[in-house]
Write a protein that binds this ligand. Sequence first.
Ligand code: M6R
Length: 581
Amino acid sequence: MCGIFGYIGPKPVKKILIDGLEKLEYRGYDSAGIAFMNQKKAEVIKNAGKVQLLKEKLDSVEIVSTIGIAHTRWATHGQPNSINAHPHKVGNITLVHNGILENVSEKRIWCEQKGITFQSETDSEVIAALIYLAKGNTMLEKIETALQDIKGSYALAILCDGEEKIYVTRKDSPLLIGIGEKECYLSSDLSAIPKDIVEYLFLEEKDIVILEKDHFKVYQNGKEKLKQPEKIKREEKNIEEMTYEHKMLKEIEEEPEVITRILNHYLKKQLPNLEKYSEIHIVGCGSAYYAGEIGKYLLETYAHKKVLCEIASEYRYKNILYEKDTLVILVSQSGETADTIAAMRKAKESGIQTLSIVNVLNSTIARESDQVLYTLAGEEIAVATTKVYVAQVLLFSLLTYQMLKEEKEKIREEYSKLSFYIKKTLERDQEFKEFAKILYTKKQVFFIGRQIDYALAREGSLKLKEISYLFSEAYPAGELKHGTISLIEKDFPVLTIVTDSSIFEKTLSNIEEVKARGANVLTITNQKTGNLLEIVLPKIHPFLQFFLVIPCLQKIAYDTAKLRNCPIDQPKNLAKSVTVE
Ligand code: M6R
């Protein structure tokens, strides 16, 4: 949600801010803006729409300033228009904000009573007003006073007219600082900071950092605290971006390589031993939750563990009666998802062990969980996750594998071919396109399957709806006749996944039930069903069979979205990293 960026140093700020915003655009892209110091006053330029529009607007503006802040927005309070775009300026205070101010109405009224006339509908402008109105001799004191009794989350970068500084603070929202040679960057995430910056400050909750050109100071509760930057080795990119039409496509194509990397790394290692836990809770949001559903199936079926898999936004508010020996596994690509962070903290406060499966290095979840397994998938930019979902389920598969009592050798042998199988599956492009040709004209789709095939169907359905805007729903195949089958009519597309041979016949009966009502059935299977339109995958070891379905579902979603002319990498209303509740 919302990308924040900033720079202070010797270089002119315009290009640096735009480059930063372009890298952060995956976090929100409904409007963008910058503010820079111009003759001791912060000047704001912003507009609705993507960063490209802002870039074009800035082409004709000469900016010599070397201090600036920038923002790309995912709207929470107020329409995505240019007035609500950040930065917001109230009096001498200009700021960009990521997060949500929960007691906004009360604070807005208070500011209005003190004479503020708000320009926008945003909660962020209210924060600017609170700082402007706050009592204090210094900016540090004013910021502390203003933030004292606000409820909600924030990451803020603040300029004050007359000062050559940037004030930075955060609570429940990510923000980090890159320290270079007489220059500092601030950013919502590491990926936007130039790769040659090696030293980073990871802010604790409510730290306030004052950035000046050649030094920084960190404060907590009004007192300066010593904080040493950490050295981070940044990963290099491996595949040329421009050879792919979309980042999502590039990321799908990277899956075989990601699988090899993960297996090479983790098969040699002792993974956390889950044997000792009486109960495992898996928690995540969206695709990370669906990866958890696969994990639950594997751990229950093959390792006989007691597993609960929950959506983080529900889990965090549940009354959970933890068994003493429970392990909570948090799954997150970004490691910054607000609900998953809250779920992790809930477990930790109850004295429960936490293990995270995270992609972004040094993210909040990676840093705060007791143990972390990195998914090693490399940077994922497309909003729809693909290669990281594969990496997450592979880690669940490996955690289960080490507890297997039988067939370990056979499965290890099959692991060594997994990357090849995925590569081969991805080559079946024509078949995916055939499916997409049927789906793209429809208004709705059902995905059905049983057991692990149902868990796959849920992710396949999410992928399709988020990028193609087709209404789609995943159902356990056996559940349709308890109500939902009333929706089936002639030509209603039902995408069926049938790879689990133990319940093959049962799913076939469900296919017959929808066919009898006129459904247009498409199947992904490892055993011919006799259906006209079907992708028949090679049969591999049942423990790994489900992997081959994943790229099929991702490519079908991709091809369908393409036929529907959708903005695949940046679907409307979405953002890659959901840092608000
Ligand atoms: O960064 P996280 O893995 O915690 O994000 C969780 C979900 O927001 C994410 O998986 C979302 O569902 C994706 N857009 C799905 O493609």
